[in-house]
Design a binder for this molecule. Structure first.
Ligand code: PMP
Ligand code: GLN
Length: 382
């Protein structure tokens, strides 16, 4: 058949995980924890299954979970979302983003993405019939370049996709940057898809700046998050979308026809588990400790450590290593996986084909012993 996505192959995450397995490498590539979730969460899901929550729940999601999400957003960010008409439970953040794009993009509409960015955005925009407008984050620090974003806005711009904390760079947007985006969009009809899946992983006493805190953004935004990241259950694929009622109405029109609804026992278990905020309140400390352990271990390898302000990623620039400076980031990631047996993800996988960086991404959502083993192996770089 004539391909809808002729330039798309297998995602870098599947490719690098397969290569890691083939070489017995420590997999710091694909982003997922190698430790299990809290058994109390599994017990809550199990209990919900035994209690009979095994048939289709309501299309927008189990009410208790929508209410828990609304209450959390109000507590953390001070904006009220109505659980009935403004919160929808999705099959992970990936489906949420795709569904939002399908709901708002008309053929030929332009959607801005800030590169490097998560690899599903561009394919989703194309499948929705839109045109991907790629605006680079600043090369030196991966921060938004508002002059470049302003220059990319046209009368055809339907939406912009933003992501903080950011995959892959691990930067977070400041309140001032969010305010700048708000000011820039104020005179437009542009909508925002705000990918906030790492919302609870922000380090060094900084705060996550959700679009929910910025009324001029919130009114035009789909906020997307994922329970997979927050509760160490990436395989469950459950997330949510918070958006004003008019946007949610359009979102649900599509949602009802691409998944209709999501595993009810998992939703009920998550709702019960969320009644205690401790797990997400403690998450920054939990990951900051791992970040620091990993960063300390990399000192002396010759890799330049980029800041990791949030998410569970650490990016490194290897251009000061004479033996590797000529390699593309893809070649270097493959070499690391094959020869040092530590898998990483090349940043070029998050941007349009052809551009190569000298930066690779490691995921530190791993047991301390896994990180130690990776560090032992990476010490050979020095
Ligand atoms: N957005 C970003 C930035 C991500 O890193 C991920 C997880 N890889 C997702 C979306 C997808 O989340 P989910 O697994 O809930 O679909
Ligand atoms: N989001 C994860 C990452 O960035 C991987 C998700 C996936 O495998 N598609 O590593």
């Amino acid at each position: 058949p004539r391909s809808r996505l002729p330039h798309v192959g297998t995602t870098i995450f599947s490719t690098m995980s397969a290569l890691a397995q083939q070489h017995g490498a420590v997999n710091l590539g694909q982003g997922f924890p190698d430790f299990d979730c809290d058994p109390a969460l599994i017990a809550a899901v199990h209990q919900a299954m035994l209690a009979g929550m095994n048939q289709y729940p309501l299309m927008p999601g189990v009410p208790a979970l929508r209410e828990a999400v609304a209450a959390k957003i109000e507590t953390l960010h001070g904006r009220h979302y109505d659980a009935g008409s403004e919160i929808t439970i999705t099959a992970g953040a990936t489906q949420a983003i795709f569904t939002a794009l399908l709901a708002i993009v008309h053929p030929g509409d332009e959607v801005i993405v800030l590169e490097p960015c998560y690899d599903s955005y561009a394919a989703n925009i194309e499948l929705a019939g839109g045109r991907v407008v790629r605006v680079a984050l600043r090369a030196e620090d991966f921060r938004p370049d508002f002059a470049a974003i302003a220059a990319a806005l046209t009368p055809r711009t339907r939406a912009i996709v933003i992501n903080t904390p950011h995959n892959p760079s691990a930067t977070i947007w400041s309140a001032a940057e969010m305010a700048q985006l708000q000011a820039l969009l104020a005179s437009t009809e542009v909508m925002v898809i705000s990918d906030e899946v790492y919302e609870h992983m922000v380090f060094d006493q900084q705060q996550h700046q959700s679009v929910a805190r910025f009324p001029g953004l919130a009114e035009r935004s789909f906020i997307v998050s994922s329970f997979g990241k927050t509760y160490h259950v990436t395989g469950w694929k459950v997330g949510y979308v918070a958006a004003p009622a008019a946007l949610t109405r359009e979102f649900r029109k599509v949602h009802q026809y691409n998944v209709f609804t999501v595993n009810p026992a998992v939703q009920q278990g998550l709702a019960q588990y969320m009644s205690d905020p401790a797990p997400y309140v403690q998450l920054p400390d939990f990951y900051q400790r791992k970040r620091d352990l990993f960063r300390q271990g990399l000192a002396g390898t010759g890799l330049r450590l980029l800041p990791s302000e949030g998410s569970y990623f650490q990016c490194v620039d290897y251009s000061a290593l004479p033996a590797h400076a000529q390699r593309s980031d893809t070649e270097f990631s493959e070499w690391l996986t094959r020869e040092l047996r530590v898998a990483a993800i090349p940043i070029s996988a998050f941007q349009a084909r052809g551009e190569h960086s000298r930066v690779v991404r490691f995921c530190f959502a791993k047991k301390d012993e896994t990180l130690q083993l990776a560090l032992q192996r990476l010490a050979a770089l020095a």
